[in-house]
Design a protein around this ligand. Structure first.
Ligand SMILES: [Zn+2]
Length: 143
């Protein structure tokens, strides 16, 4: 995907969402460093070992950080991310911990599989995608 394609895709996703986070409904706020970002949602076919890009959603920085909780932990932002998760979902802190634990368990389980990528949704949107590197050469990302 070229830079121009990515920018076009980003604008398309943000515009479709009405310049609002699809999880918490807030807009960007330059003063607090909250931006609108694009997050990939995947569907996993365990039998065929294919991970298919299902949808691109618009998330604000805070929701995106809460979504990638492993990354938030590495950056020392996990308590902030957990607070935000509780605020947006209405989960109690204990429920949020359970949710995060379950996500890590699923991630650990999925990490044992070598997934082929299905990015056909992008082709349908007129985006040209360079063939992804073979699964063995891609690094595994955290939830
Ligand atoms: Zn948000």
């Amino acid at each position: 995907m070229t830079g121009v394609d990515w920018e076009r895709l980003r604008r398309m996703v943000l515009s479709r969402a009405g310049q609002r986070c699809e999880a918490c409904g807030r807009g960007p706020d330059r003063d607090t460093g909250r931006w609108l970002e694009v997050h990939e949602r995947w569907a996993y076919d365990n039998r065929a070992c294919v991970q298919r890009l299902r949808r691109l959603v618009c998330l604000c920085t805070d929701c995106h950080t809460a979504t990638h909780f492993g990354l938030a932990m590495m950056r020392g932002r996990d308590s902030e991310a957990l607070d935000h998760l509780c605020q947006v979902t209405g989960l109690t802190e204990a429920q949020a911990h359970e949710h995060v634990d379950a996500a890590f368990e699923l991630w650990t389980q999925r990490s044992t599989t070598t997934w082929a990528l299905d990015l056909s949704i992008l082709a349908a949107a007129g985006i040209t995608v360079a063939p992804p590197p073979p699964p063995s050469e891609r690094s595994k990302s955290r939830p």
